[in-house]
Write a protein that binds this ligand. Structure first.
Ligand code: GTR
Length: 327
């Protein structure tokens, strides 16, 4: 083939491929995974995201709430494979797949929610997104998930010694097992959907979560001691499958990204409102909540957890320092 013919063929192929891609994007039907009930802040954010995507592109997008598409660890794999197009994931269970993200699963790594926002909304958040993208997850925006505290059906936790002998459900990441063990308790990784029944039947004594999840799952009805340890502040990502993302035109990418950002603004507002509302609901429902006077003792017990995490992924040392360096 001479040079001219080659160029012609190449151009024709390119045009045909782009046309195909454009067609596939025009008829795209995105499925999104969500673990939460439809009126949860994450769900409201995701619904905003899909309505903006549908308004500003030719893509059809629908979120399946209530975890009907399976548990979080399986859903992460489905998004990586492109079987699901998008999802909101807590970064906790992403750690085993993208070790760099383990830094946000280290207990007490953030001072408070505002500190977490300053870190994640700056260059550090972009660094974590880049690490996720290498594993097929494109981070579009960061959602809020509050601070997680311990709750159980046996007694209030006021000091580290109270954790001894209690069995807590944790999310799927060895860091959380180590965290509970470092405090003297026992830990069982378990899917979110199984926690209520396990609390009710006494398979576990407790779990840990933020006010809205403690309330929306009714865990407060079967584990009524909520102790404000606030040991984890883990952001969540509105993530897309890289396979889906790579098939988008530049215009669609811009529209999708801006839809995600706009949805995150709403999600954070809704989060703040729901955290207050959920706390009121559970207190009215008879929850006995207590402050922990010496939180520093819980923090001090985390030395081994940090040491092991850094041994496994040495990059975490720099990441921990980078987080601490953000005021
Ligand atoms: C919630 C979080 C979920 C899920 C859940 C859990 O706070 O929003 O993504 O991680 O906790 O404990 O499994």
């Amino acid at each position: 083939m001479n040079k001219m013919n080659f160029l012609k063929t190449a151009t024709t192929t390119l045009v045909a491929t782009s046309a195909l891609l454009a067609v596939s994007s025009a008829h795209a039907n995105w499925k999104g995974w969500n673990i939460h009930v439809p009126d949860y802040p994450v769900s409201i954010g995701m619904d905003k995201f899909t309505s903006l995507v549908e308004a500003n592109t030719d893509i059809k997008a629908k979120t399946f709430h209530n975890g009907v598409l399976g548990n979080q660890s399986d859903a992460i794999k489905q998004v990586q494979l492109g079987a699901l197009s998008f999802a909101v994931f807590n970064l906790g269970p992403i750690g085993p797949i993208v070790p760099a993200t383990n830094v946000v699963s280290l207990p007490f790594v953030f001072k408070d929610m505002d500190h977490m926002h300053r870190v994640m909304d700056g260059p550090f958040g972009d660094k974590l997104s880049a690490a996720m993208e290498e594993k097929g997850l494109v981070g579009l925006a960061w959602y809020d998930s509050g601070a997680r505290s311990f709750y159980n059906s046996v007694k209030p936790i006021t000091e580290v010694a109270d954790m001894k002998g209690l069995k807590f459900r944790v999310m799927g990441n060895p860091i959380f097992v180590e965290m509970v063990e470092a405090l003297g308790g026992n830990a069982t990784p378990m899917a979110f959907s199984e926690v209520f029944q396990s609390l009710k039947t006494g398979v576990i004594d407790g779990a840990e979560n933020n006010w809205p999840s403690y309330e929306s799952t009714s865990h407060f009805e079967v584990a009524s001691y909520y102790s404000l340890s606030q040991h984890l502040i883990i952001p969540e990502c509105l993530c897309m499958s890289k396979i889906t993302w790579d098939g988008l035109s530049d215009d669609d990418k811009a529209a999708v990204k801006s839809a995600a950002r706009e949805s995150a603004v709403l999600q954070r507002e809704e989060w703040a409102k729901r955290a207050l509302k959920s706390r009121k609901i559970v207190e009215a429902g008879g929850v006995k909540f207590n402050q922990i006077p010496n939180k520093a003792a819980f923090q001090d017990a985390m030395g081994m957890v940090y040491k092991k995490a850094v041994e496994k992924s040495p990059i975490l040392e720099d990441y921990i320092n980078a987080i601490k360096a953000v005021d």
